[in-house]
Design a protein around this ligand. Structure first.
Ligand code: FAD
Ligand code: SF4
Length: 509
C-alpha cells in the first residue's frame, strides 16, 4: 500500500488536506473508534455519540464515493481500545509506505502519532489543518514583538485580512465592536417568543451508536433521551440555515442572558459540528454576513456572532498551540480544592448551578455565559484545581475538544494561566447572575447577602476571593475598582465572610 490516511473523530472534513492527492487504487483511509477516547476523562454519553455517529456517517459517505476505508468499530471483538495499538496493528498488516495525518486537535495525540511513526519506522506526513482561518505561522507573525496577546487586536487583523464586514479598509458601521448594544438581560418579562432550534432525530446509524454507547459506558454521565444533534455535513448546513433564519437577529442583544429551562435561547448550537469539521467556519461567517447585507439581521448581532468565530475560536486555538504542553499544568492562583461532586449530578440547592448543570447532563450543552459565569465562576471562586475543572469541561460538552476547551477553561474561566488569555479574572458576585437571569428568583439564597443563612455562596466566595488575592489583584488596573470596594468592609465583616467561605468549602468536601 502507498498511503494510509488517518482521519480522527474531529477531522470529518471532505476537503481535508489529508485527502489531497488520494488515489483509491493505492491508498486507504483509516478510522478507529477506541474506548480510551471516552475514558481518558469521564465522557458524557452525548459527546461519545456525537463523535462516533459523525465518524460512521462520514466513513459511509467516503465509501459511497469509492474510497477504501479501514474502519475499526468500538464493538468489534478484536478492538484493543487504543488508537496507537490499533494503528500499529494496521501498519504491520498493510505495510503502507507513508502515513498521512492532519494535525490533531490535542497536543498529546499529536505526540503519540509522531512517536508511533518513529517506532514503526514509517514516514509520517503531517499536514496543516485548513479548516482554520489562521495558520500557526499567521499567529506567530501577529504575536511577534507584542507584549501581551489580546483577542481584540488579533480579531481586527483577521477581519482586515479576510475582508469580513469591511468597507474601504474600515469596519462596516465605523466600529469594530458593538458590545454596548449587545449583552442585555431579559429583565422580568423573560425571553421574547422564539422558535425552538431545528432538531435532528437520530437515524438508524446514530441509533445503533446510541445502543452501543449505553451498553459500553452505562455509568458515564449524561443522558441520550433527548439526543438530537446534527452529525453529518448536510445536517450541519440545515442547522446553520435554521440559526440564520430564526435566531441570529437576536443573538447579539441576548448572548449573555440566561433563563431557567431555556437551554438554547438565541445561540447557534454550531460549535460541535464546527469542531468535528463537518461545517466550515468560512461558510458560517459568510452566511451571517449575508444576513446583514440582505437586512435579515442587524449589524451588532452579526458582528457579535462573527467575533466569536473569527476572533475567539481562532484565537484560543492559537493560544493552545503556542503554550502547550506547559499550559495544561499552569495553576497561577494555586487553587487546590477538589471539584464538588454535584458537578456530575446537578444536585445542589444553588438554583443557577442546578439549572446549568442539569441541562448540561441532559443535552451536553450550556451556552457561553452559563459555562463562564455560573459553573466556571463557582469553581474559580471556590478555588478548584484548574486541571480538575478542565477534565470536567472536556468530558461533559458535545463540542469539547482540547484545543478549544483548555484555554477557555484553564485560561479564560479559571485564570490558571495568570492572564495569557484574559487580562483579568472573570469574577462577580451573585448579583451578576441575578442581573442576567431569573435564577435567583427561584433560589433559597439571596445574592445581596454575603453572610448568614441566606447568603448566596457566589457572593460570599466573591468577597473572600478578593481578600485572598488582594495583593495580586491590586496590581491589575482592570481590577482596581473591585478591589477598592473591599475598603467598605469592616474587620468583623471580613472575618465573618472568611468563616462563611470556610464552611461552604467544608460542606462541599
Ligand atoms: P454560540 O453562542 O452560538 O457562538 C457561536 C460560535 O462561536 C460557537 O459555536 C463557537 O464555535 C464560537 N465561540 C463562541 N465563544 C467561543 C470561545 N470562547 N472560544 C471559542 N469559540 C467560541 N467551545 C467549544 O467549542 N468547545 C469547548 O469545549 C468549549 N469549552 C468551554 C469551556 C469554558 C469554561 C468556556 C467559558 C467556554 C467554552 N467554549 C467551548 C466556548 C463557548 O462556550 C462555546 O463555543 C459555545 O457555548 C457553544 O455554543 P454555540 O455553538 O451555541 O455558540
Ligand atoms: Fe445562584 Fe446565588 Fe442566585 Fe442562588 S442566589 S441562583 S446561588 S447566584
Amino acid at each position: 500500500m502507498r498511503h494510509l490516511v488517518i482521519i480522527l473523530g474531529d477531522q470529518l472534513d471532505r476537503n481535508s488536506a489529508a485527502l489531497d492527492g488520494f488515489d483509491s487504487k493505492q491508498d486507504c483511509v483509516w478510522m478507529a473508534e477506541v474506548a480510551r477516547e471516552s475514558t481518558k476523562v469521564w465522557v458524557h454519553k452525548a459527546r461519545i455519540v456525537t463523535f462516533l455517529a459523525g465518524m460512521r456517517h462520514f466513513a459511509e459517505e467516503l465509501k459511497k464515493e469509492g474510497l477504501p476505508v479501514e474502519y475499526r468499530r468500538l464493538d468489534d471483538a478484536q478492538n484493543q481500545g487504543d488508537f496507537i495499538v490499533e494503528l500499529e496493528a494496521t501498519v504491520k498488516r498493510l505495510k503502507p509506505q507513508k502515513l498521512i495525518l492532519v494535525e490533531p486537535g490535542e497536543w498529546q495525540v499529536r505526540e503519540d502519532f509522531r512517536q508511533a511513526a518513529k517506532r514503526l519506522k514509517v514516514e509520517l506526513d503531517e499536514r496543516e489543518d485548513r479548516h482554520f482561518m489562521a495558520s500557526h505561522a499567521d499567529f506567530e507573525k501577529h504575536a511577534k514583538g507584542r507584549k501581551g496577546l489580546r483577542m481584540e487586536f488579533f480579531y481586527r487583523e483577521m477581519r482586515t485580512r479576510h475582508g469580513i464586514l469591511m468597507e474601504g479598509g474600515k469596519p462596516v458601521g465605523g466600529e469594530w465592536n458593538f458590545d454596548s448594544e449587545n449583552r442585555k438581560s431579559f429583565a422580568k418579562a423573560g425571553p421574547p417568543l422564539h422558535a425552538a432550534p431545528r432538531t435532528f432525530p437520530p437515524d438508524e446509524i446514530t441509533q445503533e451508536v446510541m445502543r452501543i454507547v449505553e451498553e459500553t459506558f452505562p455509568e458515564h454521565p449524561g443522558s441520550l433521551a433527548e439526543f438530537d444533534w446534527p452529525v453529518t455535513a448536510a445536517e450541519a448546513e440545515l442547522a446553520l440555515e435554521d440559526f440564520i433564519a430564526h435566531r441570529l437577529a437576536e443573538f447579539g442583544e441576548y448572548q449573555d442572558a440566561m433563563w431557567t429551562r431555556e437551554p438554547w435561547l438565541f445561540h447557534s448550537r454550531l460549535s460541535a459540528v464546527m469542531n468535528l469539521k463537518l461545517l466550515d467556519p468560512r461558510r458560517v461567517i459568510a452566511a451571517a454576513e449575508k444576513a446583514y447585507h440582505t437586512g435579515r439581521a442587524p449589524l451588532p448581532a452579526v458582528e457579535g456572532f462573527i467575533r466569536q468565530i473569527l476572533g475567539w475560536r481562532e484565537y484560543v486555538r492559537a493560544i493552545y498551540w503556542r503554550f502547550m504542553p506547559s499550559y495544561g499544568e499552569m495553576n497561577e492562583l494555586q487553587a487546590q480544592q477538589p471539584l464538588p461532586k454535584f458537578y456530575w449530578t446537578g444536585e445542589t440547592d444553588m438554583n443557577c448551578l442546578h439549572d446549568a448543570i442539569g441541562q448540561t447532563l441532559r443535552y451536553g450543552y450550556a451556552h457561553h455565559i452559563q459555562r463562564l459565569m455560573v459553573t466556571g465562576l463557582f469553581s474559580l471562586l471556590l478555588g478548584v484545581r484548574p486541571q480538575e475543572v478542565h477534565e470536567w469541561y472536556l468530558a461533559v460538552y458535545v463540542d469539547a475538544v482540547e484545543w478549544v476547551e483548555l484555554p477557555n477553561t484553564l485560561g479564560m474561566s479559571q485564570h490558571g494561566d495568570g492572564g495569557i488569555m484574559a487580562s483579568k479574572p472573570y469574577i462577580a458576585s451573585g448579583k451578576y447572575i441575578q442581573r442576567m437571569s431569573n435564577y435567583c428568583a427561584g433560589c433559597r439564597y439571596d445574592p445581596a447577602q454575603s453572610t448568614g443563612p441566606k447568603a448566596c455562596p457566589f457572593t460570599t466566595l466573591y468577597w473572600e476571593f478578593l481578600m485572598r488575592h488582594e495583593e495580586r489583584l491590586r496590581k491589575n488596573q482592570r481590577m482596581s475598582m473591585q478591589v477598592r470596594n473591599l475598603a467598605r468592609l469592616t474587620e468583623t465583616e471580613k472575618e465573618a465572610i472568611f468563616n462563611q467561605a470556610e464552611s461552604i468549602r467544608a460542606g462541599l468536601a
